[in-house]
Ligand binder design. Structure first.
Ligand code: PMP
Length: 386
């Protein structure tokens, strides 16, 4: 295969060598973490070590980490009315989710559909704080779910300010930190998050493992998966020891390299956007006026169709993704761009470029050369047809 470059890190990141080594070690050592014999104790040791490693990434105590099959499950586990605070049954009466959340949050978890409200965002893709404060007056004990950074635009949400508003309204705040973890600081206490979801594979760990981290005094009174007593009875089922071990190792590696990687990715991303504008002056970068993750760029050019652009990029050796969700062959408009009130003609052409720790200058050259070819053929074809 000719040279390729991967620019879809927000979909999934390649496995880090440290995570691969930890996965293989765990697979080879075997044992069920619930068994009392030496083999079982060895598996338990790997799980508990990973719990410490994961907790450190978000500044939490290890005992507050619940391992799950991924962030989708962690989001579902968190979003329940059955949350107890300091031993008191303080059922949440309403769930508020921002309009740009991941589908696993937008679905509303285990709340009745009529107890879920969607919060608007500004044109830059930032949660509207005034609308949030106003909405919370409609609940007595609200649960609010806002992501740390958006998967499509990379826009970072003002989580600490949101936490102040939520707590002043007797509420609890769940933060889906999947896209921020390992890229920006995600200390739970500094952000004011009461519950936080994470996913291993966005950090360079294996797919199919994630975690929900809860503030020490919060207890989830309604687990989703019941059976054995694993994960403090909050998530039954034999632990995915290898996945968990790989997740822990990825957290350590991501944390150690975070600042240097972020600076390097931001420089490459900024260069990409400058050259994108030079090649196609009418290109628009969504959320560019807001604080964004260092690795993400969601853009469109008038007349571009995302589906054909992505295929064309792929044929040119570049893996990127669309800002639109494709289902049953039809391109649906991205709900994130709809929430940002982007014109449908432009939103239909949104392409997401996301970088990671191995992205190089050479990769960027490949991306820019591909964009020159994609833009000249697709945008020219449109102009010819007009
Ligand atoms: N939240 C966000 C913001 C995501 O980007 C993703 C992954 N696309 C998820 C949740 C779901 O994570 P997982 O793949 O671990 O279920």
């Amino acid at each position: 295969m000719s040279e390729r470059a991967y620019f879809d890190w927000n979909a999934t990141a390649p496995l880090r060598p440290e995570a691969r080594a930890a996965v293989l070690h765990a697979l080879e050592s075997g044992g069920n973490a619930s068994s009392v014999h030496a083999e079982g104790r060895q598996a338990r040791k790997l799980v508990e070590q990973a719990r410490e490693q994961m907790a450190r990434l978000v500044g939490a105590a290890a005992q507050n980490v619940i391992f799950t099959s991924g962030a989708t499950e962690a989001n579902g586990l968190a979003l329940t009315p059955a949350l107890e605070v300091a031993g008191r049954k303080t059922a949440r009466d309403r769930l508020f989710v921002s309009a740009i959340e991941h589908p696993s949050v937008l679905a509303g978890g285990r709340f009745d559909a009529d107890a879920v409200e969607t919060l608007p965002v500004t044109g830059d893709g930032v949660v509207d704080l005034e609308a949030l404060a106003k909405a919370l007056t409609r609940a007595e004990r609200p649960l609010v779910s806002v992501m740390l950074a958006n998967n499509e635009t990379g826009v970072i949400q003002p989580v600490a300010a949101i936490a102040d508003i939520v707590h002043a309204a007797n509420g609890l705040l769940h933060v889906d930190a999947v896209q921020g973890a390992g890229r920006i600081d995600c200390d739970m206490a500094a952000l004011g998050a009461d519950l936080m979801s994470l996913s291993s594979h966005k950090l360079g760990g294996p797919q199919g493992v994630g975690a929900l981290v809860c503030r020490s005094d919060i207890h989830i009174a309604a687990p989703m998966i019941v059976g054995g007593g694993q994960e403090r009875r909050l998530r039954a089922g034999t632990e995915n020891v290898a996945g968990i071990a790989g997740f822990g190792a990825a957290c350590v590696a991501a944390n150690a390299a975070r600042q240097a990687d972020a600076a390097r990715m931001a420089a490459l991303r900024d260069r990409f956007e400058a050259e994108l504008k030079a090649i196609t002056p009418r290109a628009v970068v969504f959320g560019a006026a807001a604080a964004r993750l260092p690795n993400t760029s969601l853009f469109a050019a008038p007349g571009l169709n995302a589906e054909t652009a992505i295929i064309s990029f792929d044929l040119n050796g570049i893996a990127v993704s669309s800002g639109s969700a494709c289902s049953s062959g039809k391109v649906q408009m991205s709900s994130v761009l709809v929430a940002m009130a982007v014109a449908p003609e432009l939103a239909r052409g949104a392409v997401r470029v996301s970088l990671g720790w191995t992205t190089s200058e050479a990769d960027l050259e490949l991306l820019l050369n591909a964009w020159k070819r994609v833009a000249s053929s697709l945008l020219k074809r449109r102009a010819d047809a007009a």
